[in-house]
Design a protein around this ligand. Structure first.
Ligand SMILES: Cc1cc2nc3c(=O)[nH]c(=O)nc-3n(C[C@H](O)[C@H](O)[C@H](O)COP(=O)(O)OP(=O)(O)OC[C@H]3O[C@@H](n4cnc5c(N)ncnc54)[C@H](O)[C@@H]3O)c2cc1C
Length: 310
């Protein structure tokens, strides 16, 4: 836990992330978890994933924006991503982060930009998924999602099992019958609002998943945890739910063995495909989830430096 927290803390320090970012793509170790730096590279990866029977959700990596111009540029970028998916006839959608759409500047601006993206996607028969970020943004994200979902049915939302409030949030959203991506939660949240022990988060994940599968939602089961996957498969079997009523979701490059297994078992699977130049904080959050991944990075660095000397 200490090592996880330390790596997570490092991921917020630019003095650490900038040098890693300069070397990561050159040395190739970031490629394991990042589809590339450009939309064209993300499209290529998506094509490969589609041919292997996986849907995609494109995610343009970036951190909070602080000006209206930046937020508007990000909005244009998201719309471009939706159009590219359509132009290349790929089986995929786009995941958006509201802090990249100016949530820190103005809730109204953010809502307006988010709705523009969802409306544009709606016009060409595509969907949008809203990521859930740190707890300071949950209220605003729910409000914006709810308002947007009232107008358009092509928008989904991530809900985090580590938050105590999530069961109530699901009840609030139930009348809309939305698609919900159930995740454990990727940020460090205090005990006053979030479960701290893995066993507690897992128990809440199971409870919320049962609620989602109970009806009224389209569940996206987003986890790499073999125990959660077993539980989900058991629930799906017991309820007789088939393709078209749910999907699994996993992150690009993470537990590819389990991704393969789900596909072999015939389950629908969507891969969250991150790309962009600002990949380092995201990359380090993935390392913090599984410090063993650090060995993978170190191995690459050592191997590359030996290759460099030859
Ligand atoms: C498609 C998708 C979208 C997501 N969207 C959001 C979001 O919007 N908001 C948010 O807060 N979080 C999001 N997350 C992240 C999520 O909250 C967790 O932080 C992350 O998925 C790790 O939790 P886990 O369920 O995989 O299980 P954990 O209990 O963390 O891990 C269980 C097992 O999964 C494997 N594993 C997990 N992570 C890794 C890794 N990085 N590398 C290798 N193996 C690993 C290991 O075998 C580990 O033992 C998303 C996750 C997915 C899959």
């Amino acid at each position: 836990m200490l090592l996880r927290n330390f790596i997570f803390w490092l991921s917020t320090k630019k003095g650490v992330t900038d040098p890693i970012a300069r070397r990561g793509m050159r040395y190739g170790f970031a490629r394991r978890f990042i589809a590339g730096q450009t939309l064209a590279e993300a499209v290529d990866s998506s094509r490969e994933l589609n041919s292997a029977g996986r849907r995609v959700s494109l995610n343009h990596l970036g951190e909070n924006v602080t000006t209206v111009e930046e937020a508007t540029r990000v909005k244009d970028g998201y719309i471009e991503m939706v159009r590219e998916l359509e132009r290349h006839q790929l089986d995929g959608n786009v995941s958006i982060k509201l802090t990249q759409l100016g949530l820190d500047i103005s809730r109204d601006l953010c809502h307006q930009l988010a709705e523009e993206i969802v409306g544009e996607a709606h016009g060409i028969g595509r969907s949008i998924e809203m990521d859930m970020e740190g707890s300071a943004y949950v209220d605003a994200t729910l409000d914006i999602f709810e308002a947007t979902r009232r107008r358009y049915d092509n928008v989904a939302l991530a809900i985090q099992a580590y938050l105590y409030r999530s069961a109530d949030d699901l009840e609030r959203l139930a009348p809309l019958g939305p698609k919900i991506r159930l995740v454990k939660g990727a940020y460090r949240e205090p005990a006053i609002i979030a479960f701290q022990k893995k066993s507690q988060v897992d128990a809440n994940y199971r409870k919320l998943l049962e609620r989602l599968l109970g009806g009224g939602f389209f569940p996206a089961i987003a986890t790499h945890d073999p125990k959660m996957l077993d539980f989900a498969r058991e629930c799906l079997r017991a309820r007789g739910l088939t393709d078209g009523r749910y999907e699994f979701q996993m992150i690009f490059g993470v537990r590819r063995d389990l991704q393969q297994q789900l596909r072999e078992q015939g389950h629908p699977l969507r891969i969250y495909v991150p790309f962009g130049t600002e990949w380092c904080p995201y990359f380090m959050r993935r390392l913090s989830e599984r410090p063993a991944n650090c060995w993978f990075v170190l191995r690459n660095l050592v191997a590359e430096s030996f290759r460099g000397k030859n």
